[in-house]
Each structure stands twice: as structure tokens, then as C-alpha cells.
Design a protein around this ligand. Structure first.
Ligand SMILES: *Cc1c(COP(=O)(O)O)cnc(C)c1O
Length: 394
């Protein structure tokens, strides 16, 4: 077996795509120790600094005291404990929906929901840059997948027309895109869906807790929450823990509890994980200033990078891509930043199209202005040294 696998691995290496795990030995917000080296990270999705916040840790500790560590069974057997129910109630209240359904991860949420809502004879319509879990959910469902170019509503309309004969048509889109840091044109998507009788599912993974006055996400920001049939979010990014959820009607929740296999056939998450997420939602609701400060810090970075002529690709929120174009340039820039103690990943094909390689910076509320200025200064040096050049097309 290993011989076979090694041949595949060699091919991955030959394409320059081999990856391995880095072990974080210690963490204090964005300050990590990896391999004995202190690094400043700009690659976490812990946008509000809640992953190692005293309140989330305390809530988890208290829940361990009361309920123990494990849940011991799947949700529908006896794994639904008070913290699971309390979290689902809090999520529904936060999102202003009748109900919410918790899943062990965001990935499993998309698998479960899409495969429950669509099947053979149906069509799932997805943005080209949608998250892998959406594509995998579609494959699992047996529905036909149609993909439209990123944010292109004219092409979406043509796809909707072409899919006219389907039993159900489900449009699924990320709201805030993870690699480009831009928003889906949700107003146009909702209007098209209404006109064509399609359903809309919004994946708010990167937007939950960050976008909108109340932190409910991209649909809140754009004022289209009423047009979203299925609102999916994660507990694993701005909420700092792990898990995923769907917020929607009581009927949708009932349906998913009966049909979503990644909810039915897996052990319920540890109650402590739910208690920590509940505490995180409380912070999001009570502290709107944190998300405002986060977005302000991202703007500060974007302004600094714009002033030295770097292309931040039309991003508007806490995810700040810096286009290098060339894959080699992205890798060299990432290595140079690492040498300076700053962790910023290079994103290359096949994650992004050829010629669109970039650095992907994510700012968090746990960064300081000085951290952001340090990064901007390092990028200015690299730009001056020609490391961020845009030649080539890889
Ligand atoms: C991260 C992410 C997910 C998966 O969420 P996890 O909780 O990490 O499994 C799903 N959709 C999008 C858009 C994401 O960015």
C-alpha cells in the first residue's frame, strides 16, 4: 500500500503542493510559538479573539464540572444535553429565526443540509468560489451541480433558466468569501431566486459575529435576511470554538433533525463546547465595539498597503488578500515574512485561479495597531525589494 501512496505523494511534491502540519506549542491570541520560535500570526479565523478568551474558557470549564466532558450519544438518542438546547435557542434568538440546529462542524453542516434538501432530479447552483464543503455536500446529495463565475449575477440568471426543469433549485453561496474577502451580491441573488422560484442558502462562516450592526452576518449587512431560506453559520471562526449551525424556520429545523445524516449518525458535540459557544454569542451581542474595531483595523491595513501600491483585490472586511499574481512570488513573500517572525499564508492554484496567487492576511480583534503596522512595514520592504512582483502567470 505505502508504495502506491508514495507515488501519489511524489506527484503532489512534484507539483509543489505538498503540505504538512505545523504544531503550535503555545498561544496567546495571535502570538504563537512554533518550533521554539515566537511568531505573529495573521492566518487565524479567530476574528474576535474568542478562541482563548477568559469567558469562553470559563464557560467550558463550568460545563465540564456540571456535565462531564463527553456527550455519550448522538443528538437523537441521549446526547442532547441542556447546553446543546440552550445554544440552539440562543442561536435562533441571535439570528431572529424560529429555530436553529447545531452540527458538530461547519463542514458537516453543509454536507448534511445540502444532501437533506437536494437529491437526484434537483439542482444545486453554486458560486465558483464557494467553500469545498458546499461542493462536497452537493456531490453527496446526488443533485446536479451548476457553477457560475464568482459574483456574476447575469450568469446566475442564465443558469437558473437552464435549470428550469429541476424539481428543486437551491442556490448556495458564501456571504463573505474566504479567499477574496468580498461579499456575495446577495440582494441580486435573492431577487433572482424569488423571480425563478429557487431557494437560497447562505453560508455565513466568515461573516457570523463580524458583519452587520448586530453581527448576524452578510445578509444582515445587506438587509436581505428575509430572502434567505437557509442561513448557515459556524461556531469555529469569529465565535472561536467549533461547530456549525443552521438558522431558519421551525419546519426546516424539524426536517433537518430527521433527514441530515451528519447530525443523526454522529455523537453530539461535548456539552462544554456548546457552553463556550453560548458565552461567545453573549459577547458578540454585548460588545459590538469589538467587531467595529476589527473592521477598522483591517481598513487601516488596507489603506497602508494601498499607499505602497499593493492590490488588496477589492476586499472590504477582515480578510485582506494581497495579490502577487505569480505563485512563486506569493511563496517567496510568505517565506520572507516568516523569516521576520510573521505568519501569512501564500494561496496558490488550485485554491485560486492561475495568475491570482496572493498572500491571505486575516486581521483579528486580538491584534494591536502596532501588530498591523509591523506587518504593513514588512510588506513595504518586500514590495520595495521586488518580492511582491506581479510578473508571470502561475
Ligand atoms: C470554514 C468554513 C466552513 C467549515 O466550517 P468548520 O466549522 O471549520 O468545519 C464552511 N463554509 C465556509 C465558507 C467556511 O469558510
Amino acid at each position: 500500500m505505502d508504495g502506491d501512496l508514495l507515488r501519489d505523494l511524489d506527484e503532489i511534491r512534484a507539483r509543489g503542493l505538498h503540505r504538512s502540519l505545523r504544531v503550535v506549542e503555545r498561544r496567546d491570541g495571535p502570538r504563537l510559538v512554533i518550533g521554539g520560535r515566537a511568531l505573529l500570526s495573521f492566518c487565524s479565523n479567530d476574528y474576535l479573539g474568542l478562541a482563548d478568551h477568559p469567558a469562553t474558557s470559563a464557560a467550558a470549564r463550568e460545563a465540564v464540572e456540571r456535565f462531564g466532558w463527553g456527550s455519550g450519544a448522538s443528538r437523537l438518542v441521549s446526547g442532547t444535553m441542556r447546553p446543546h438546547a440552550a445554544l440552539e435557542e440562543a442561536l435562533a434568538s441571535f439570528k431572529g429565526t424560529e429555530a436553529a440546529v447545531l452540527f458538530p462542524t461547519g463542514y458537516m453542516t453543509n454536507l448534511g443540509v445540502i444532501a437533506a434538501l437536494a437529491g437526484p432530479g434537483d439542482e444545486v447552483i453554486a458560486d465558483r468560489l464557494d467553500h469545498a464543503s458546499i461542493i462536497d455536500g452537493c456531490r453527496l446529495s446526488g443533485a446536479r451541480l451548476r457553477v457560475y463565475p464568482h459574483g456574476d449575477v447575469e450568469r446566475l440568471e442564465r443558469v437558473l433558466a437552464a435549470a428550469r426543469g429541476a424539481r428543486r433549485r437551491l442556490i448556495v453561496t458564501d456571504t463573505l468569501f474566504s479567499m477574496d474577502g468580498d461579499l456575495a451580491p446577495l440582494r441580486e441573488i435573492v431577487a433572482l431566486a424569488r423571480r425563478h422560484g429557487a431557494w437560497v442558502m447562505a453560508d455565513e462562516a466568515h461573516a457570523t459575529g463580524v458583519l452587520g450592526a448586530a453581527g448576524r452576518g452578510g445578509a444582515e449587512l445587506l438587509g436581505v435576511e428575509d430572502g434567505i431560506d437557509v442561513s448557515m453559520g459556524t461556531l469555529s471562526k469569529a465565535l472561536g470554538g467549533s461547530g456549525g449551525f443552521v438558522a431558519g424556520s421551525a419546519v426546516l429545523a424539524d426536517y433537518l433533525r430527521n433527514r441530515a445524516r451528519p447530525l443523526i449518525y454522529t455523537t453530539a458535540p461535548p456539552p462544554a463546547s456548546c457552553a463556550a459557544a453560548l458565552a461567545a454569542i453573549g459577547i458578540v451581542r454585548r460588545e459590538p465595539g469589538t467587531r467595529a474595531a476589527l473592521l477598522g483595523m483591517a481598513d487601516r491595513l488596507r489603506r497602508a498597503l494601498g499607499a505602497i501600491g499593493l492590490d488588496t483585490m477589492g476586499s472590504g472586511f477582515q480578510i485582506v488578500p494581497v495579490r502577487t499574481g505569480d505563485a512563486g512570488a506569493a511563496v517567496r513573500a510568505s517565506a520572507e515574512l516568516l523569516r521576520r517572525g510573521i505568519l501569512v499564508p501564500a494561496i496558490r492554484p488550485p485554491t485560486v485561479p492561475r495568475g491570482e496567487s496572493r498572500l491571505r492576511i486575516s486581521v483579528t480583534a486580538a491584534h494591536t495597531d502596532a501588530d498591523v503596522d509591523l506587518l504593513a512595514g514588512a510588506l513595504a520592504e518586500l514590495a520595495a525589494a521586488g518580492v511582491l512582483g506581479r510578473e508571470g502567470g502561475g
